[in-house]
Every structure is written in structure tokens, then in C-alpha cells.
Design a protein around this ligand. Structure first.
Ligand code: AHG
Ligand code: MN
Ligand code: MN
Ligand code: MN
Length: 336
């Protein structure tokens, strides 16, 4: 039975990536090694999250990051684990983390061709109450033999060679794209392996859910306000949309990817560039959305076309089902 096949013929994430890489004769397994170190980081954070309450991992670390946010103990721990795993992979040259003001340049003995931009723990305001959180990452590659420079990560998201996230939820799910579709893997805790459970994810063309922090509504611009009004009071006879907002981008985007709909973190009067960071939040999620058949829009254009000037730059973002994003694009176009 096809339905039973996956239970005995386990497609682990490593096997999947090795298969993918074998399509490229020039590949030397570097990407597979890099990914296995990212996977190790995800497994560690998953374990830490699961025992947070028991292991005194709840609460503040006492520091503030470059974004002016208070760091949680788990933010700091996850960041350390990922930095060490990525450096020791021997396959990275530049690392950009939400929690570090400056990029990390990897020294020659450990240096490789990949640049990794990441949010080690996303949704950290949700840690203390046990709600789903995650890790987000995006990967660029530099040319063989080139000296790494900061411009190598200040590139449009469409130049990424891979992107993904891991959600620490009711199960631990890793969603990955290497530029040919999106696949989801679930951690089997007894095996310690991520198994392919969601092959070739496609987002529904249109959704029934919108996801936004409506507490910011009084500061929204007109297109965002009009869009959300349309979700609640559609004038064309279509049913009103449901509102779901967790406040963890990974969890809100994961639901959007699987069920369809739209996730918005718009600009507002207080934050004209929105809240979410281009390199390690907006780009990886936009990459996955496009690879799954959805769209991602900044209010001005395609999100993956943005050229970031600074590693912690922010942008407004509207992403999700193709038709839903078309609607918000039309409202912004009408403004001009
Ligand atoms: P982080 O925990 O990595 O700093 O990211 C928090 C982000 C993101 O996860 C979420 O979508 C957003 O903050 C929620 O912001 P609001 O609380 O303003 O809604
Ligand atoms: Mn943060
Ligand atoms: Mn985040
Ligand atoms: Mn974070």
C-alpha cells in the first residue's frame, strides 16, 4: 500500500537532500553537511523548548539585543547552539543572527561557501506560556574561492539557494525549500530523525483565514485598513474570513502554508517599516511561499526583490495564498 510505504521506507531529511544533490553532478555534499548541522541545532532547541519549564530556561536572560528587545534565556541559548553548529560544519563563511548586532565572519580553517541568515528563536514572547515557537533560516552561497564580504548577505531573497523553518509545536516540523518546491519533515523523537511527512507542499490558491496583530489597527495605512475591513465585511457576497493570530511568525506562516490565507505584518505610523526583519524573517518565509505557489508582497513590490542595505533591516510583509495577496496588491496599486 502506498499509504503504508513511508512507514517502512523512511525518507529522512538527509536522504532527501542527498537525492536532491545527486541531480547536480558538481555537488560535493557540502550542502548536505551544512543542513545536517542546521538539523542538529533544531533538534537541540526542540529538546530545550520541551523541557524549558523544568530546566529553568523560562524567563529573561537580562540582556537587550540590537533590536531593543529583551532577550529570553532560550533566545541566547538557541543563538549559541546555532552559531557553534554552523561554524563547526566547516561549510559557512558569514552568519547573520537576529541576536547578534554584527555578522560573524568564519575564520579560514572552518570556512566554507555558505552564508546563513537566521532567527534562532522566533516568537520568543510565547515561550513562557508554552505556545509554538520556531527557528527560521535562509542560505546564500558565494563563488568558490571568493573572499567573503558583507554584500554577500545583503542580497535580494530571490538569490537564496535554500530557506526553511523548524516549528517547535505539538510536533517538531521542519519545512525546507532548496529551490524546487517545499517539503515538510516531522521529527520522530524515538528515531531522532526528521521524516518526510509533507511532500511537495502547495498553498491553497485562496484561503479563509487572515492573520494580523489587529491591536495596531489605529496606526495602519489605508490599503491595510481597507483589506482587513474586506476580510470582516466582504461586499461581494463571499463569506467573511476567520482571524487567527498566534504572534509567532513561524506558527502563523506554517498554518497559512497548510490551510491557506494571508499573514500580514504591515507598516504602521509607529513603525513605518513594519516589525519583521528582511534577511531572516521576511526572505525565508517569502521564498517558501513562492515555492509553494503563493506570493509575498511588501506594499511596494515582490518581497524577494528587496535589496537590503543593513543586516537587521525591516520591511512590511503580506504573504500567503496567491489570490489573497492579489487583493492586497490591488488595494496598494489603487492608492498610487
Ligand atoms: P522574535 O521573537 O524572533 O523577536 O520575532 C517576533 C515576531 C514574530 O514572531 C511575530 O510574527 C511578531 O514578532 C509578532 O509581533 P507582535 O507581537 O507585534 O504582533
Ligand atoms: Mn526577538
Ligand atoms: Mn522572529
Ligand atoms: Mn527571534
Amino acid at each position: 500500500h502506498a499509504a503504508d510505504a513511508h512507514r517502512t521506507d523512511l525518507m529522512t531529511i538527509t536522504r532527501y537532500v542527498l537525492n536532491e544533490q545527486s541531480k547536480h553532478p558538481e555537488s560535493r555534499g557540502d550542502f548536505t553537511i551544512l543542513l545536517s548541522h542546521i538539523v542538529l541545532g533544531c533538534k537541540f532547541v526542540c529538546t530545550a523548548v520541551n523541557k524549558a519549564g523544568l530546566a529553568k530556561l523560562i524567563g529573561l536572560a537580562g540582556e537587550t539585543n540590537v533590536q531593543g528587545e529583551e532577550q529570553k534565556k532560550l533566545d541566547v541559548l538557541s543563538n549559541e547552539v546555532f552559531i557553534k553548529a554552523l561554524v563547526s560544519s566547516g561549510r559557512t563563511c558569514i552568519l547573520v543572527s537576529e541576536e547578534d548586532e554584527e555578522a560573524t565572519f568564519v575564520e579560514p580553517p572552518n570556512r566554507g561557501k555558505y552564508c546563513v541568515v537566521f532567527d534562532p528563536l522566533d516568537g520568543s514572547s510565547n515561550i513562557d506560556c508554552g505556545v509554538s515557537i520556531g527557528t527560521i533560516f535562509g542560505i546564500y552561497a558565494i563563488e568558490d574561492g571568493e573572499e567573503p564580504k558583507i554584500e554577500d548577505v545583503l542580497q535580494p531573497g530571490k538569490n537564496m539557494v535554500a530557506a526553511g523553518y523548524c516549528m517547535y509545536g505539538s510536533s517538531c516540523t521542519l519545512v525546507l525549500s532548496t529551490g524546487s518546491g517545499v517539503n515538510g519533515f516531522t521529527l520522530d523523537p524515538s528515531l531522532g530523525e526528521f521524516i518526510l511527512t509533507h511532500p511537495d507542499i502547495k498553498i491553497p490558491k485562496k484561503g479563509k483565514i487572515y492573520s494580523v496583530n489587529e491591536g495596531n489597527a489605529k496606526n495602519w495605512d489605508t490599503p491595510t485598513a481597507k483589506y482587513v475591513e474586506k476580510c470582516k465585511f466582504p461586499q461581494d457576497g463571499s463569506p467573511a474570513k476567520s482571524l487567527r493570530y498566534i504572534g509567532s511568525m513561524v506558527a502563523d506562516v506554517h498554518r497559512t502554508l497548510l490551510y491557506g490565507g494571508i499573514f500580514l505584518y504591515p507598516a504602521d505610523k509607529k513603525s513605518p517599516n513594519g516589525k519583521l526583519r528582511v534577511l531572516y524573517e521576511v526572505f525565508p518565509m517569502s521564498y517558501l511561499m513562492e515555492q509553494a505557489g503563493g506570493q509575498s508582497f511588501t506594499g511596494k513590490g515582490r518581497a524577494l526583490d528587496l535589496l537590503p542595505n543593513k543586516i537587521h533591516e525591516r520591511s512590511p510583509i503580506f504573504l500567503g495564498s496567491f489570490d489573497d495577496v492579489e487583493e492586497i496588491k490591488a488595494l496598494y496599486a489603487a492608492e498610487e
